[in-house]
Design a protein around this ligand. Sequence first.
Ligand code: 5AD
Ligand code: SF4
Length: 589
Amino acid sequence: MHPFQCVLRARRCLRRGPLASVSWLLLRTCRAHSSVPSSACPSPQRQQEDGVWKDFSSRLATGPTFQDFLRSASVPPEQPSSSEVEDPPPYLTVDELLGRQRRVYLETYGCQMNVNDTEIAWSILQKSGYLRTSNLQEADVILLVTCSIREKAEQTIWNRLHQLKSLKSKRLRSRVPLRIGILGCMAERLKEEILNREKMVDILAGPDAYRDLPQLLAVAESGQQAANVLLSLDETYADVMPVQTSPSATSAFVSIMRGCDNMCSYCIVPFTRGRERSRPVASILEEVRKLSEQGLKEVTLLGQNVNSFRDNSEVQFNNAVSTNLSRGFSTNYKAKQGGLRFAHLLDQVSRIDPEMRIRFTSPHPKDFPDEVLQLIRERDNICKQIHLPAQSGSSRVLEAMRRGYSREAYVELIHHIRESIPGVSLSSDFIAGFCGETEEDHLQTVSLLREVQYNIGFLFAYSMRQKTRAYHRLKDDIPEEVKLRRLEELITVFREEATKANKSFVGCTQLVLVEGPSKRSAADLCGRNDGNLKVIFADAEMEDATDSRLRVRAQPGDYVLVKITSASSQTLKGHVLCKTTLKDSTAYC
Ligand code: 5AD
Ligand code: SF4
């Protein structure tokens, strides 16, 4: 028998050719690979206990027929409702798709998108009857939601897998066998390589395959390895309401789009997360409304290129109006037209609850038309904070990175944003030591950091990623020690400038959304100002400005006014003045 069994399922995917409208679920049998450790297959005792293994195994060995392929391929390409258990494929019964109270431990690596993906994956598994545990020892299934953006991120996962290997091998035979899964970008990038290298990995699910988790785990129950790493053109998990990990949280992330079409030459994201696609506006508004009803006070709209949002799902909005890019910016792809754009979404989202702060990340500098900037200026509950990833201060390097702008165009945009939104807080991402970066290029980045004086910065050493344009066309010619030295220099300059920028808050009063106790001292509380800077203040009794007869203490989710007394590159400190509301008070100096 062939080591892979393939099942066609109806869904739009990225596979080209005659089978372009279907995706593949790859199932690998452990019998076909004698090197798979015996722990990956159920013990004879377990086989007897379950009584399903033999039957399941023979069904799987026979595999789906050609008729099964045709039947499932002809199903209309609509997503199943997540509230129902999907029709099982021919080799699984409905019962096998159920979680049977197995305990799942989820571990998240990487960006906020992965935090949101974890909540989506958990929402899907919960509906299938799995339980969640925060205790690794108690887990029957361990799922790592992974990141591939830099080599170091992947190394962390390989190290973690080695630790989990020993947990798996020490597992008591009286317990159900431990199953381990890799989800997200690393599953997508490395595919079978993970299954071959780490034989104890049971399942792989790429970023567009979380709906298949119950199926993949059902297959893994019998000791088979299972994988779905197909990318989709339209999967946005619009109907999957993510489950908030912490019930006391004051803020939530709402995914509004997935994927990236920019193809910056250094970036693996378009290969691991696929093509750009936006979630329908109505489903986003519904999710934000629910979060508001639950009492959440802050929503961050999430996406790889959040401001490139374009909902084409409603035909009447698919006109031929072409896109306004920021002045001096271009794209690597053909101009897109029509659809409901980010300004429309931001407007609608911000109207839902005037007491709910709205943020968004991560945007691309090319997509900041004036409508977006004006909306941010006008609406009290849209935070005046913009992330504007520059990546480099050298036009030569920006061209090699295929960012679609020069240093001059970027700086002009910064001026325009500062004029449009007085007091705006700015943050950025930078890469040190990209292919061909000279000392002069590096100094240009240093000078950009000085010129803009960002409040928040994320700085990285360049890490060459296979598949990217830079991997194929450019040379990773900056020695590691030079990359690290340049990175250190950027960090030092960023900190000096951020300290200066943040010191301008001293003496001002900031509106702070309280998050909870400070990590450093139980006597202090911690929250964030509009610009997303952390603000620490003593937990003291204060006036409630909405009812001056009351003396209260700040609770998570409250808005308070804090007078700032000191500032560093990362934090503001001050004393609390009163409890207030978002619409009744603004920060002042
Ligand atoms: N090496 C280093 N940093 C990278 N980033 C993306 N790809 C790479 C890479 N190959 C950084 C960029 C991006 C952020 C999310 O990660 O700065 O904006
Ligand atoms: Fe990567 Fe560029 Fe897309 Fe950001 S915009 S995810 S850096 S390709």
